[in-house]
Design a protein around this ligand. Structure first.
Ligand SMILES: Cc1cc2nc3c(=O)[nH]c(=O)nc-3n(C[C@H](O)[C@H](O)[C@H](O)COP(=O)(O)OP(=O)(O)OC[C@H]3O[C@@H](n4cnc5c(N)ncnc54)[C@H](O)[C@@H]3O)c2cc1C
Length: 287
């Protein structure tokens, strides 16, 4: 079976991108690493793509006002180096190594991954963990959506079909924040389960905590009860074990087989504990 006809538009400006998106049926082509395999599948319906790769000014990567601003043409691989400093840079560098392989990281973009919203993908989890804000531009101008409200269901976001995701604003995370990530990935391009943590220690005790479960439900989710349990503790082994147990209770994945639920909970407990232990190594350090 042949693949369907693809109408291709090479935009030169954001206005041209928005004009193409106005029909509500056109897809943005960024790195193409998720989109191209879908639209070229045998039997795929005809589609219309607007390529943003020739639009200048979409590769912003800049820090200002306590945020890292990331544009739609910033590729995954940019985060492999020490371009971004501090605890946020540590988290981005740790996570990017888990995404695909070098050719994928050379083409794929962070914002493409956020817009695609795979429930097991790494960048949506980072956005939720650090409390990112996502900037969308449409016919009526710009609006900003917190990451926690952006991901609404698997492969579904708050983005309207006529909007371009133009920037992600990631808080740079205070000194004294340690970061951690642990995943269970078996012969699949995405992890089966993962946990991410960003823990700030001030004066020897936890002053801020973010714990995020990945692929435990329709989108990444903060384990708020576990975060609250960590506040004020010294991040001791018992405090981490208790928080990991609480986090695992938040595994909301719908399972056809109820018998496998305890196994999933156990997996998240182990992953949350590993992520928190990893975070402890950097927590409390300054500068
Ligand atoms: C073999 C393989 C392994 C992979 N492994 C992993 C992995 O381990 N972890 C992981 O997280 N990902 C993985 N990916 C996916 C990869 O990270 C993609 O690069 C990413 O999901 C999408 O980024 P992109 O720039 O390629 O987007 P595209 O494929 O161009 O677009 C993806 C979707 O987002 C939309 N879109 C893109 N940019 C914008 C924008 N600025 N505004 C609005 N809509 C937009 C597109 O219309 C499309 O619907 C893998 C992919 C492959 C092929």
């Amino acid at each position: 079976m042949k693949s369907a006809a693809v109408e291709y538009i090479a935009a030169r400006s954001v206005d041209e991108v928005l004009a193409a998106l106005a029909d509500g049926e056109t897809s943005v082509l960024a790195g193409g690493q998720s989109l191209v395999p879908v639209v070229t599948q045998p039997g795929a319906p005809p589609c219309r793509l607007v390529d943003i790769n020739r639009v200048s000014g979409l590769d912003t990567l800049a820090e200002s006002g306590g945020h890292l601003r990331v544009g739609p043409l910033v590729r995954h691989r940019v985060f492999e180096s020490g371009t971004v400093g501090g605890p946020l840079g540590d988290l981005l560098r740790l996570v990017v190594g888990h995404i695909g392989h070098p050719p994928i990281r050379a083409r794929g973009t962070m914002l493409g991954s956020l817009a695609y919203a795979h429930p097991a993908a790494e960048w949506p989890a980072v956005a939720v963990t650090v409390g990112a804000r996502l900037v969308l531009q449409g016919p009526e101008g710009r609006r900003t959506v917190p990451a926690v409200d952006f991901f609404t269901a698997p492969f579904t976001t708050a983005r309207r079909p006529d909007e371009l995701l133009v920037e992600a604003h990631l808080p740079t995370l205070p000194d004294g924040t340690g970061i951690g990530y642990a995943e269970d990935r078996r012969s699949s391009i995405y992890p089966q389960a993962a946990a991410m943590a960003a823990i700030t220690v001030t004066g020897g005790v936890v002053s801020a905590a973010a714990v995020c479960l990945v692929n435990s439900g329709p989108h990444p989710v903060r384990a708020v009860a576990a975060e609250n349990a960590l506040l004020g503790t010294t991040l001791s082994d018992p405090a981490i074990a208790a928080a990991a147990g609480i986090a695992a209770e938040q595994d909301t994945r719908r399972l056809d087989d109820d018998a496998s639920r305890p196994g999933h909970r156990r997996a998240y407990q182990v992953l949350a504990r590993r992520a928190l232990r990893h975070a402890r190594q950097g927590a409390g350090r300054c500068g």
